[in-house]
Design a protein around this ligand. Sequence first.
Ligand code: TYM
Length: 333
Amino acid sequence: MSRVVSGIRPTGKLHLGNYFGAVNSFLKMQEEHECFFFIADIHSLTTHPAPSDLHSNVKQVLAEHLAMGVDPEKCALFIQSDVKAIAELYTYMNMNAYLGELERSTSFKEKIRSQKDNVNAGLLTYPVLMAVDILAHHADFVPVGKDQQQHLEMTRTFANRFNHMYGNTYFNEPKAYSNTGKLIKVPGLTAQGKMSKSSGDADTIVFDEEDQVIRKKIMRAVTDNGPTEPGMLKSEGLQNLFDIMNLVSDKSTIAHFEELHQTAQIRYGDLKKQIAEDVLKFVAPIREKINHYKNDSKALAIAAKIGAEKANESANKTLQEVRGIIGFKNFYK
Ligand code: TYM
């Protein structure tokens, strides 16, 4: 049985990118492997959330995991800050992560641009914390979207460097995983690349949102003026809509709209209406469950408690072993 670790930052409600990039793979992995899935609340501190927002966001994302089918009986579903060994391991791992490589990380460069007034040290060492999340449980696989690929490479670098420094093979090399066989990038609605909260509200299709809000966002998605002759290439915005359709619509519907595009007969209004209906069919039952779990404090508490117990047991073992490898010895025991 392999070990699997993944996390999601609680910076808002989950969107289709989170689902198809990560959660969908969690559902498969929890059936077959030893899984650790967590709400990365320490990571979210880089954006300085107000304490009350931090808590409500964690609650939201925990309820969303349960609603989407992550089962606390089958995996460890936990809150990152409940596992204190992570913060200690982070301190140790920071000693062999170098400034140059951290500055070169794509996500750090993006953050320097997007949050110029808050370029804190946590942003710089974000990949180290993420590596620790993964290495604390000796993960073989990490189900993530394509945007996390570089962080996984850095995790392998830190793991190998630790092994080399101490002359052992303590950490194994975790691999990124997707149950589709290929890491996924779900595009956003505003033709700015991947679906992302940081690209603005209009970019994301969020599970816990009213039908009419979802419909409106899709109807306003960025496209182009329409094909003027058969066989034209798709613009970025249009390709994005087809990519989203590929996730939620059935094959015959997709083929129908592909054909209309190929023959330059497509009407974007019809395409968007179809996508909106198929998205809503997919989202609505999950949204109902989110509402149920948000009001079920007992289910949330039980899930977080058993998750924390399982994750602490695993991370504390790693912490003790790492302390031993580093050479910390106790004088008074
Ligand atoms: P985060 O919170 O940005 O995203 C959570 C998960 O959703 C995936 N994802 C996407 N996948 C495809 N298309 C998209 N548009 C899209 N948007 C988001 C992400 O790839 C991710 O899998 N650093 C991580 C959280 C983290 C973590 C970890 C992940 C912390 N520690 C350890 C794995 C292992 C992050 O910010 O994800």
